[in-house]
Ligand binder design. Sequence first.
Ligand SMILES: Nc1ncnc2c1ncn2[C@@H]1O[C@H](COP(=O)(O)OP(=O)(O)OP(=O)(O)O)[C@@H](O)[C@H]1O
Ligand SMILES: [Mg+2]
Length: 228
Amino acid sequence: SRQKKLDNMDIIELAREKPKPEFNFKTARTSGKVIFETDDLVIGYDEPLSRPLNLRMERGEKIALTGANGIGKTTLLKSILGLIPAYSGKVTRGDYQHIGYFEQEGEKDNRTTCIEEIWKEFPSYTQYEVRSALAKCGLTTQHIESQVRVLSGGEQAKVRLCKIINTETNILLLDEPTNHLDVDAKDELKRALREYKGSVLLICHEPEFYQDVVTQVWNCQEWSTKIV
Ligand SMILES: Nc1ncnc2c1ncn2[C@@H]1O[C@H](COP(=O)(O)OP(=O)(O)OP(=O)(O)O)[C@@H](O)[C@H]1O
Ligand SMILES: [Mg+2]
């Protein structure tokens, strides 16, 4: 009789999980008017990478940083954040800043799972909240339970975006966020950045992506001392 029951059972195929990403950035109270100002800032490590820069960014601006590989775009972002010292000159940042920083490269040998990774950042979340935050970024259950290091570049980018989206920010510094993203995720990120009420400084090589998002484009080749 058990066999009969089994024979009568319909074979159902589980719908292949293909979550659509939703990147709705959480926002903090507005920042002060000045985002940053540089005073004859020269960026660089052992050697200068730029001529003295006098740049200024104000609240509400969305700026794309463009230019060839290796001219110092990431270095400029890190200098603005104070993660590395200026070669000379200085950077001043304004008040009430809640910054979301998307690094160009994730940590290399990251053995933590995606769930642990998000939980570290948001310890008050329930397991359900952690899983749904990751699923909303377009990751499947299988990805969510995997170690970050075994995921593809695009999947790892979604995990890193997940942290920024769920943090209340008023400034986004994004270092090539679109590099590994698929078309759906890129379109969704574009939509979300257009809607974002804070300020955005975005390094990106793709005009199709940034031209509908930003208010200004800064071509770093104009001040880089690297010959490209
Ligand atoms: N920690 C470091 N110590 C010394 N030199 C570095 C360091 N990091 C980067 N550099 C050098 O500084 C220069 C600028 O690097 P940076 O990463 O800012 O370029 P980028 O414009 O972001 O390039 P890409 O488009 O490839 O990301 C490069 O020549 C790089 O080799
Ligand atoms: Mg870079």
